[in-house]
Ligand binder design. Structure first.
Ligand SMILES: [Zn+2]
Length: 73
């Protein structure tokens, strides 16, 4: 998969015991987004789909340093 921000290719995909491929992000975040009500582009309640998104640690760090990444609890 590729970083959503910079396009860097992140490896690897590993083989699970059942033979299926699983993407394990070694140097960044990998998450699924369900969209939300109000988005004109993506709302999983309408499309019944989700986005898989990867952001590399370098891009996270740059955005953290710029104050664009705000932790929450
Ligand atoms: Zn990146």
């Amino acid at each position: 998969m590729y970083c959503f921000v910079c396009g860097e290719k992140l490896e690897p995909t590993i083989k699970l015991e059942d033979g299926e491929d699983e993407f394990i992000c070694p140097s960044g975040l990998h998450f699924r987004d369900l969209g939300n009500f109000g988005s004109t582009l993506h709302d999983s309640l309408i499309s019944n789909q989700y986005f898989e998104i990867v952001i590399c640690d370098n891009c996270l760090q740059k955005n953290w340093d710029r104050g664009r990444l705000v932790p929450s609890r």
